[in-house]
Design a protein around this ligand. Structure first.
Ligand code: AMP
Length: 291
C-alpha cells in the first residue's frame, strides 16, 4: 500500500492506476476506522479494481466548542487496517497540504439544506464538509466514491455538489452498519459512558417505530415525528435535538409521507451527540410489484 502525504502525489498515483485501465473506488474518512468504514472499503474493493482511502480530520467542519481536539486519531492503526483489507492507495495529508495558505479552496455553497438539521445545530459544518470533499475529489480524480447513509444529509449535499459542478465522480450510498442493539457504529460511541451506551439504542428504536408506522399506513409525518420524540424523550440520558421526516429527493422536511422519505434523529447524551436515520418503507400493499 502506498501511503501518500500530498494531494499531487495521490492524484499522480491514482492517474497511474487509471492509465493501466484500472478503476478506482475512493473512500474518504476522518480516520479512527471502525466497521462502518470497513464496509465502505470492502464494497469499493469488490466493485472497483483499486481501493483508495483518505484519512483526514477536517478542521473546517468542526465548529467552535466542538470536539476537534478530542476527535479520536489512530493513524498507525488505520493504515494497518487499510493495508490488511487490500487498499492500494492511502492519502493522509496535513491540514496545510489540504488547505495551503494562499490557495483558495473553493467551498461550494451548501444552500438552504445545508442550514437545517445538522447544519442548524452545527453552523458552517456542511460548508466545511464540502470544502474538504471537493479537494479530496480533485486529489483522487475520476472514481466511484463510497459514502455512508449514516450521514444522510452529508450524502445528499455531496451528491448535489457532484451534479452541480459536474465532477467526474459517481457517488455510491452504503447502508449503515449497526451494533446488535441497532446503534449506528460511530467513532463517537467510544465516548459514551456505560450507562449512556445502554440507552443509546433509543435512536434506532425511535426510527424503527417511525418505519413501522409508515409501513402500517401512517401518512402524517407529524405523528411519526411525535412517536420518535416520545421514544427519545423517554430515555433519561438523551436530549432530543431533532426528529424529522424528509423527502429523500429534496431533503426538505415534509408534513405528509407521500414519496420516498427518510426519518432522521439527533440526540445529545452527556458524553456524545449521536445522529441516525432510516429510509421509511411504503405502506404494506402499496409496494410496486416486481415483475
Ligand atoms: P467519518 O470518518 O465519520 O467522516 O465517516 C467516513 C464515511 O464513513 C462517511 O461516508 C460516513 O457516512 C461513513 N460511515 C460512518 N459510520 C458508518 C456506519 N456505521 N455505517 C456505514 N457508513 C458509515
Amino acid at each position: 500500500m502506498d501511503v501518500i502525504r500530498t494531494v499531487a502525489g495521490f492524484r499522480a498515483a491514482a492517474d497511474a492506476r487509471r492509465e493501466t485501465g484500472a478503476t478506482v473506488g475512493f473512500v474518504p474518512t476522518m480516520g479512527a476506522l471502525h466497521e462502518g468504514h470497513t464496509s465502505l472499503i470492502r464494497r469499493a474493493l469488490k466493485e472497483r479494481d483499486v481501493a483508495a482511502v483518505s484519512i483526514f480530520v477536517n478542521p473546517e467542519q468542526f465548529g467552535p466548542g466542538e470536539d476537534l481536539a478530542h476527535y479520536p486519531r489512530d493513524e498507525e492503526g488505520d493504515l494497518a487496517r487499510c493495508e490488511s483489507l487490500g487498499v492500494e492507495l492511502a492519502l493522509a495529508p496535513t491540514v496545510e497540504e489540504m488547505y495551503p495558505p494562499g490557495l483558495s479552496v473553493v467551498a461550494p455553497d451548501p444552500g438552504p439544506i445545508g442550514g437545517i438539521l445538522e447544519g442548524f445545530h452545527r453552523p458552517g459544518h456542511f460548508r466545511g464538509v464540502l470544502m474538504a470533499v471537493r479537494r479530496l475529489f480533485d486529489a483522487c480524480g475520476p472514481c466511484m466514491a463510497y459514502f455512508g447513509e449514516k450521514d444522510a444529509q452529508q450524502l445528499f449535499l455531496v451528491r448535489r455538489m457532484v451534479r452541480e459542478l459536474r465532477l467526474p465522480v459517481a457517488i455510491v450510498a452504503c447502508a449503515t452498519v449497526r451494533e446488535p442493539d441497532g446503534l449506528a457504529i460511530s467513532s463517537r460511541n467510544a465516548s459514551l459512558a456505560f450507562e449512556e451506551r445502554g440507552q443509546a439504542g433509543c435512536l434506532f428504536l425511535a426510527l424503527t417505530e417511525a418505519a413501522e408506522g409508515a409501513r402500517g399506513g401512517e401518512r402524517d409525518a407529524h405523528a411519526l415525528v411525535a412517536a420518535m420524540a416520545r421514544e427519545i424523550g423517554a430515555t433519561p440520558l438523551a436530549k432530543l435535538d431533532y426528529a424529522v421526516v424528509v423527502d429523500q429527493r429534496t431533503f426538505e422536511p415534509v408534513d405528509r409521507v407521500a414519496g420516498p422519505s427518510r426519518a432522521l434523529v439527533a440526540a445529545r447524551f452527556p458524553s456524545a451527540r449521536l445522529i441516525d436515520n432510516l429510509s421509511l418503507p411504503s405502506p404494506v400493499g402499496e409496494d410496486v410489484p416486481s415483475s
